[in-house]
Design a protein around this ligand. Structure first.
Ligand code: FEO
Length: 391
């Protein structure tokens, strides 16, 4: 992909990674991704904001053939998909000063062994003149590492936000179309930002004082109209959960599935939206996305060697680690001769600080009493959601 113009003097650099299907050896990328760098030319100085994943450094280097001199290279974030090519860019431009915050400097030196002399650290709110353009650095901690920051281009009212507001989306066009980007943006929020909801909210408040006409993230398309992504982030991070139950489950011989089906029907009859994920085939990104709005999670599992099915252990760990707004948790399932499922899964979802609703287990095939207990669980969930005023 060649460099693409955004505004006079402002260019989208970097690479579109159409074929990447896994990030951090963990996160599925159904729509690929991009590593965005931005070149901003002022009347006196030129700056490159971030670099690209080392696997795509050749793309960036070819784009930089059109750049004779680079005065500054800004590192918003030390994770390698943006910083991994910094050493090669610095080697190509011996005059370039690497601008970042003190925490990022520490991390960059630890990961990339960059000499002290190349750095200039900036304080929160500090400005840097490019002549007729001014960069203002804004600390945006924990979205999603401790050192993350953004850059506000004062004259153009553009926020370069790095991962914040990003989406793992490969596309040829520069700008975001709302309908096309929202699913990827929500998925990205769920996987990357949701564990830091409190910081997301604080950083959104911090940005409220700025006139932002455009947001240029480090993954996915540029927001020419940033209002919808800002509003979406406010809702995802801060609004109450919805009247929704997420059921991640595994069934080995059909008994747990009978209970999951019964719960699905009972919740639906009570006006609750249900999202189900058969963990033998589910995409964990889809599960993460469903957790953004969920009020309740009910894990369905059979006993495997008396413990939960391993796929449900992974899912429960994910639920606990992503820290969604979930308020209630329960477990349903079937066992043969004994089980300690609640002990194992309960510990994994403990970080949520959610209320645990009494689990329902059937010994072997669910009988009428077991199914009645599932219905009672649905009654409890419906009552809890009603009391909380969830819509
Ligand atoms: Fe896109 Fe946290 O790196």
């Amino acid at each position: 992909m060649n460099a693409r113009p955004i505004l006079p003097g402002i260019t989208l650099m970097g690479a579109v990674d159409w074929d990447r299907r896994l990030f951090d050896s963990l996160i599925p990328l159904p729509d690929g991704t991009s590593y965005n760098a931005y070149l901003v030319r002022g009347s006196e100085k030129t700056v490159l904001l971030d670099t690209v994943d080392p696997s795509k450094v050749d793309v960036l280097m070819a784009q930089l053939d059109a750049v004779d001199r680079l005065d500054y290279l800004v590192a918003h974030h030390a994770e390698q998909d943006h910083s991994g090519s910094i050493p090669l860019v610095l080697a190509r431009y011996p005059e370039a000063v690497l601008v970042t915050d003190p925490k990022a400097k520490e991390l960059l030196q630890e990961h990339l062994d960059i000499p002290d002399a190349r750095f200039r650290t900036v304080a929160d709110g500090e400005t840097l003149s490019l002549g007729d353009r001014t960069l203002r650095f804004i600390y945006l901690p924990w979205v999603h590492w401790p050192e993350t920051m953004g850059t506000y281009l004062e004259e153009d009212h553009i926020l370069f936000s790095c991962d914040f507001f990003g989406s793992h989306r490969a596309q040829s066009g520069v700008f975001a179309e709302r309908d096309a980007v929202m699913r990827g943006a929500k998925r990205y929020y769920a996987e990357i930002m949701m564990p830091f909801r409190g910081f997301v909210e604080k950083n959104l408040v911090k940005l409220e004082g700025l006139q932002i006409d455009m947001i240029c993230p480090s993954h996915g398309p540029v927001y020419r109209d940033p209002s919808f992504i800002l509003e979406a982030y406010r809702e995802w991070a801060g609004a109450p959960p919805r009247n929704t139950v997420v059921i991640p489950f595994v069934s080995m011989h059909g008994s747990t599935l009978i209970m999951v089906d019964r719960l699905t029907a009972a919740l639906t009859d009570r006006g609750i939206t249900v999202e189900r994920f058969d963990l033998t085939s589910a995409d964990i990104g889809d599960l993460a996305m469903s957790l953004v709005d969920a009020a309740t999670v009910v894990v369905g599992t059979p006993a495997v060697l008396t413990g939960p099915h391993p796929r449900t252990i992974e899912a429960a760990y994910l639920v606990g680690a992503l820290r969604p707004k979930v308020r209630f948790v329960s477990i349903i399932g079937s066992f043969g001769w004994g089980q300690r499922i609640v002990e194992v899964l309960g510990g994994l979802v403990a970080p949520l600080k959610a209320e645990i609703l009494a689990p329902v287990f059937a010994k072997g095939l669910p009988r009428a009493t077991d199914l009645a207990a599932v219905d009672a669980l649905a009654d409890t969930i419906a009552a809890k959601h009603r009391e909380a005023g969830l819509k």
